[in-house]
Design a binder for this molecule. Structure first.
Ligand SMILES: [Mg+2]
Length: 511
């Protein structure tokens, strides 16, 4: 690669420029535009007689690329929501992608760099090559317009299925690795920490990934999770290369079973913890009303009885206040929002204040005594054993779809001895409603998708979405539904109700 350390000149440069236009299937009318696109700012800085570089064209080409890709994706995938469209577009327009377009067109060879950049390997650097591609595109657009620019880009793009595959690899490399390993039946990937180096404030973790006793790849990162993701992506590429042609995700028959589990009310009973957190928070607002530091068992049982009416965490504070006011359960069932409004007005409280108070109360509790906080959560009987049994068997892909924060879910599962892949926990941070999350899963590959949920409203929102017609819905009556909810679920032909026993038996064996 010696030659890449210097700029081409004379005939060699002319030849390289000719090759670029052949590769692009496009010949410039105004070759000055091509000249400009191939001049890096470092070259201009070193050559007094050079007055332009490719930065203005890059600015322009960036916009052209966004427009062409948006139009293409919008028209090609009519079912994709805005979020998925954005992610696909960024997958096709990010630095790595645009740098690779530059390489495939051989733009890098004719690029003029300053001496330092040349010697420093600038010709191989993604950031420079990505900008170079955008500048070239800007030049092509200015030379002949949108029609030509569109045709040019579309020829470079991989098929949309490839894009989706790549998206999984970028967003969830561990999931992608697990899937390819399962598809090829070569064993389940295991991650092992190889070393931790660096000072406390700048730790570097090195992790290796082993599949069927073979050490496939190593990854490094500032967290173990980051290192695992990197190792997984590297291992995926190696395996894909080695088995080229033998693994076609998506082409196999529908053998992928994906089980999407709600967390609170399906896996974990957190009603007591919520009752305590709400009590502690309420106590800071109304100290005279809550003189005990912690609720009694009777208080907790009372909260559990009204738990079905809770929609989001902070409301638990208001409900705890309502319980102290000795309001009957019918008030919770029928006039909940009126009471929320009344209490908030009476005490000049805003929703934002309550959200922050509830979060801070919980965070303080965890900071003071995390184990104690964890101990207030209980997994429903048999769930941990069933989940562990199935996870160790491999083959079934579980995901957790929850409105809880991912770090909480992860800690609670760890505390119960369950090693659940963190990338498969889709929590509050992802900001996706459950139907959107399920639709995204379905688009990734053919699958049998099960969704287990204790909140009837959520099941209905999935049921009414035509895109989610194939999802098998299971209602969990052991969670936070009312007796009335159970009757409605029973009557719905599209929703299956399982008892907790039936669920754990199924969970241990579903494949
Ligand atoms: Mg739930």
């Amino acid at each position: 690669m010696k030659s890449s350390n210097v700029n081409l000149a004379g005939d060699e440069l002319l030849e390289a420029r000719k090759k670029i236009q052949e590769n692009a299937g496009y010949h410039f009318k105004n070759t000055q535009l091509l000249d400009e696109a191939l001049i890096h700012s470092s070259y201009k800085a070193e050559n007094e007689n050079v007055h332009v570089d490719n930065q203005r064209l890059e600015f322009f080409g960036d916009a052209v690329l966004q427009l062409v890709l948006s139009t293409f994706l919008f028209e090609t995938d009519k079912n994709a929501q805005e979020g998925l469209l954005t992610r696909m577009r960024s997958c096709l327009a990010n630095e790595e992608a645009t740098a690779n377009y530059s390489r495939s067109l051989e733009l890098d060879k004719a690029l003029l760099l300053g001496k330092g950049e040349c010697l420093g390997g600038g010709r191989e650097r993604d950031s420079i090559l990505g900008d170079l591609f955008e500048a070239f595109l800007g030049a092509l657009y200015l030379d002949s317009g949108l029609q030509e620019a569109t045709e040019f880009i579309l020829k470079l793009l991989p098929p949309i299925e490839e894009v989706k595959k790549k998206l999984i690899l970028t967003e969830n490399p561990k999931g992608a690795l697990l899937e390819i390993c399962q598809g090829l039946k070569i064993g389940r990937p295991e991650f092992q920490l190889v070393s931790t180096t660096g000072p406390d404030h700048a730790r570097v973790f090195e992790v290796c990934v082993i599949v069927g006793k073979r050490d496939y790849a190593h990854g490094k990162g500032t967290s173990e999770k980051q290192a695992e993701r990197q190792a997984a992506a590297a291992a995926y590429r190696i395996i894909q290369k080695e088995h080229n042609g033998t693994y076609h995700p998506g082409k196999a028959a529908v053998t992928n079973t994906v089980v999407a589990l709600d967390f609170d009310g399906v896996i974990c009973d957190s009603a007591s913890e919520t009752a305590v957190s709400a009590w502690k928070a309420a106590r800071t607002i109304w100290p005279s009303l809550f003189h005990r530091r912690l609720p009694t068992q009777k208080n907790i049982d009372a909260f559990r009885a009204v738990r079905p009416y809770l929609e989001t965490g902070y409301q638990a504070i208001l409900m705890t206040k309502m319980l102290q006011e000795k309001l009957p359960i019918s008030e919770f069932e029928l006039h909940l929002n009126e009471h929320f409004q009344r209490i908030m007005t009476e005490h000049s409280l805003t929703q934002q204040q309550l959200i922050e108070l509830f979060g801070a109360t919980r965070d303080n509790w965890i900071a003071e005594d995390q184990q104690n906080w964890l101990d207030w959560h209980t997994l429903y009987p048999g769930v941990a054993e069933a989940l562990k049994a199935n996870l160790s068997k491999g083959g079934t892909h579980f995901i957790i779809a929850t409105t809880k924060q991912e770090r909480f879910v992860s800690a609670i599962l760890k505390n119960a001895g369950i090693d659940f892949p963190e990338d498969d926990i889709f929590g509050l941070e992802r900001k996706r409603k459950k139907p959107v999350l399920l639709a995204e899963q379905l688009r990734l590959k053919p699958m049998a998708l099960y969704f287990i949920e204790d909140r009837l409203k959520t099941l209905f929102s999935v049921e009414s979405d035509p895109e989610l017609e194939s999802v098998k819905l299971i209602y969990a009556p052991w969670g936070y539904g009312t007796a009335n909810d159970a009757i409605i679920a029973q009557d719905d032909p599209h929703i299956k109700t399982m008892t907790l026993q039936e669920f754990t038996d199924w969970l241990a064996t579903v494949s």
